[in-house]
Ligand binder design. Structure first.
Ligand SMILES: Cc1cc2nc3c(=O)[nH]c(=O)nc-3n(C[C@H](O)[C@H](O)[C@H](O)COP(=O)(O)OP(=O)(O)OC[C@H]3O[C@@H](n4cnc5c(N)ncnc54)[C@H](O)[C@@H]3O)c2cc1C
Ligand SMILES: *[C@@H]1O[C@H](CO)[C@@H](O)[C@H](O)[C@H]1NC(C)=O
Ligand SMILES: *[C@@H]1O[C@H](CO)[C@@H](O)[C@H](O)[C@H]1NC(C)=O
Ligand SMILES: *[C@@H]1O[C@H](CO)[C@@H](O)[C@H](O)[C@H]1NC(C)=O
Length: 489
């Protein structure tokens, strides 16, 4: 089959399988197959990056001594890369990850092109929402019942684990982790019927569900909008602070991991090393990562580069496609008590109020409205240094129209920024596992607009895969890992 045919096939597949999600309704076509650029040097600062001590690791390891070799090299310091470091630390400490023979420590390095966690994770919408029933029929039709249950299980697993770690570490409050629930706003009876059908399918498949259904009158009385809705469990969080704490956990869990971080250090190329290490006391050194500061020699490489993955792996161009999302931070005109703590998805976007005192008017983080951009709907750009005015206009107007008592018309946002998501031919089904044909290289990327409740567990899976390979045994699929995510499928 010619490359052109394959592309047409992928495009056809993508449109046939597109689930029209509220808040993510823009048409989506893989009409680009150019490799992604490196992350833009000058990006729009997000709400999360501002404020005192919001990013203490921002420039960590950007100057001074450089690391020229490691057993595991992680490219990217977002949710995926940091979760991988965290799970490496725990696996090494728990004896579930072998050390090179005769060595007392595993060496790992995280290389980040810009400031620490300045990609999608540092500029997203802050929703940590495991989908409960939304889209269940579509996922079941595509992947069958067992995989559909896993598809939902991974989100439940990731978000409850993330909450547990934050609570046990004593930093849940300092990263503003709020278990406020989640509401799907439904504007038509058709949308209500669709969700009922998803609910019935999920129950028929044996999924446990926690869904409260709201009539328009109940929604108006509780949330200030005359629309239908369902409420399910969910969290919201300050994502950059969460990842910072997770990195600190990774760096303090065990003496058996020597973890380095070099920010402002883009990897520009991955090349095979012709000379494998003859030193039997370490893992074979297979890859050289080129950076402006010199080469890093690695046994294992994890591409935790999400939207940018195809820069270093050009054969993934067209398979992981950068798509720009836009977010505003907008002050509500009613106090926090009136807005409640729930996060939302519906209409043109997704949003939640920042936790503040009950009588304070919170800042609301609101993202979406990509369809307002018009063709090509922000697909194929890695420019997070500018915003789209048409998208911004819709983001400004939506909440005051739907919640007239809570948001004031015409108010300007306090902050507006963009970030780059990574979409795959099946929209948000990521690639997790070995990079085929490149021994020792792994990837976890391509979560679409819904990565927070999945990237955490996908990175855990990768650490398990590398450990299994080193120990010469088969990797055992965790019960929450959907097979369609695996690069091997
Ligand atoms: C605007 C926006 C809103 C979103 N809202 C939500 C939401 O509310 N809820 C949700 O669940 N998900 C949301 N998402 C998606 C979610 O943020 C992502 O799926 C998730 O953060 C991906 O994490 P990651 O670590 O894989 O990627 P990233 O956080 O993008 O991390 C990749 C890192 O790799 C670095 N990098 C790339 N190439 C190189 C290189 N060659 N060398 C060195 N470093 C490199 C980048 O600089 C970046 O820091 C949103 C995304 C965006 C953009
Ligand atoms: C919604 O509630 C407000 C006050 O709580 C009320 O004034 C308004 O009439 C209600 N809207 C509808 C359509 O019932
Ligand atoms: C169901 O979800 C709500 C949030 O929507 C939460 O408050 C409640 O504790 C959950 N119940 C169970 C049994 O998980
Ligand atoms: C990781 O921990 C080591 C040892 O405690 C410390 O020297 C180093 O600064 C830490 N790294 C980062 C990026 O904080």
């Amino acid at each position: 089959m010619s490359r052109y045919c394959i592309l047409l096939l992928l495009v056809g597949l993508a449109s046939a399988l597109t689930v029209p999600l509220a808040g993510e309704q823009a048409p989506f076509r893989l009409d680009t197959n150019a490799p992604a650029d490196l992350p833009y040097e000058h990006s729009t600062p997000s709400f999360w990056m501002l404020g005192p001590n919001a990013n203490p690791l921002a420039e960590a390891g950007s100057t001074g001594a450089f690391t020229d070799a490691a057993d595991v090299c992680i490219v990217g310091s977002g949710m995926t890369g940091t979760s991988a470091a965290y799970h490496l630390a725990n696996a090494v400490e728990g004896g579930r990850f072998p050390l090179p023979e005769g060595k007392e420590r595993l060496r790992a390095v995280v290389l980040e092109a810009r400031d620490f966690c300045s990609g999608a994770t540092g500029r997203n919408g802050g929703n940590l929402t495991p989908f409960e029933i939304r889209g269940f029929r579509e996922v079941e039709k595509r992947f069958g019942r067992e995989e559909a249950l896993r598809y939902f299980a991974i989100e439940h697993y990731s978000s409850t684990e993330m909450a547990r770690i934050a609570r046990e570490g004593g930093w849940a409050d300092s990263v503003d982790l709020v278990e406020g629930g989640h509401v799907d706003l439904l504007q038509t009876e058709e949308q209500v019927d669709e969700l009922w059908a998803d609910f019935d399918a999920a129950v028929a498949a044996g999924k446990s569900t926690n869904v409260s259904w709201f009539s328009r009158e109940e929604m108006n009385a509780t949330y200030g909008t005359y629309n239908w809705g369902i409420r399910t469990p969910g969290y919201n969080v300050w994502p950059l602070k969460f990842v910072t704490e997770l990195f600190k956990e990774a760096n303090s869990t065990t003496d058996k991991l020597d973890l380095r971080l070099h920010t402002q250090t883009p990897v520009t190329k991955v090349s095979p090393l012709s000379l494998h290490s003859e030193d039997k006391t370490s893992f074979p050194t297979r890859w050289a990562l080129s950076t402006p500061r010199g080469e890093v020699h690695c046994s294992y490489v994890l591409h935790a580069t999400n939207a940018y993955a195809s820069h270093l792996l050009p054969h993934l161009a067209g398979s992981i496609v950068p798509v720009r999302g836009q977010v505003v931070a907008l002050r509500a005109s009613a106090p926090a008590s009136a807005l409640t703590k729930v996060s939302w998805i519906g209409g043109v976007g997704y949003w939640f109020p920042r936790p503040v005192e009950e009588d304070e008017r919170p800042i609301v983080i609101f993202g979406g409205a990509r369809d307002a951009a018009g063709p090509p709907f922000e697909v194929g750009t890695t420019d997070d240094g500018s915003v789209n005015e048409a998208v911004g206009k819709v983001l400004r107007g939506f909440l005051s129209t739907l919640f007239p008592t809570l948001y004031e018309e015409g108010r300007e946002p306090e902050r507006e920024w963009t970030g780059i998501m990574g979409y795959t031919p099946e929209r948000d089904v990521p690639f997790v596992g070995p990079v085929l044909k490149y021994e020792g290289q792994f990837i976890s990327a391509g979560y679409g607009g819904h990565g927070m409740p999945r990237a955490y567990a996908c990175a855990e899976a990768i650490v398990g895969m590398i450990a299994a390979e080193l120990e010469g045994r088969d990797w055992v699929l965790p019960e929450w890992m959907p097979r369609p995510f695996l690069t091997s499928s």
